[in-house]
Design a protein around this ligand. Sequence first.
Ligand code: BEZ
Length: 224
Amino acid sequence: MSEKATLRLGSTAPDFESETSNGKISFHDFIGDSWVVLFSHPDDFTPVCTTELGAFAKLEPEFSKRGVKLIGLSANGTESHKAWIKDIDEITGSKLTFPIIADPERKVAHLYDMIDYQDASNVDDKGVQFTIRSVFIIDPNKKIRLILAYPASTGRNTAEVLRVVDSLQTGDKHRITTPINWVPGDDVIVHPSVSNEEAKTLFPKFRIIKPYLRLTPLDVSEQK
Ligand code: BEZ
């Protein structure tokens, strides 16, 4: 495992082996043929992160329906993770079963460039780093499709992560992109590579707002 990588959209998600709350994994084997949402935390028993893990666990059935596996990471060991999971379930009413990667030496955090600009000295009075709060969406080809980094102050939005999964999967299936605040069922944008002639066949109901902005409904059942 190399110490540092410059990861961009389209990069192959680096492989690694790690202990998790559910046993040892090789990350690429874990991905298999699925989509994966990998999200990270700097420390167990931190308040914002507790609410986030509970929320991801409660939304897991929606991710599963879309062929997405969830996996967390926190910069502590497995015994600590297991105790934290008990708290998370007690506090949020979740039944968290997906693995949480044990990363006490922050090797995976460095591999995925989850540490903030200010470097590892940016810690609170307990030595907890204020970052390692990233979200990666990885596709079945193991390519990174989304990278988000959150500050410690701000809880993530599980609905937004699910929305991006829906957009990516819809865009992979049809020659479309999705506009601001799109959710499944809304009109989509005809991909710029599609000519108007092709669009007449592909999207019979498409309409031209401007030559560069063409909208079309998609059959809702086809959107996921
Ligand atoms: C949290 O509340 O989850 C949190 C606290 C300190 C650093 C990062 C996260």
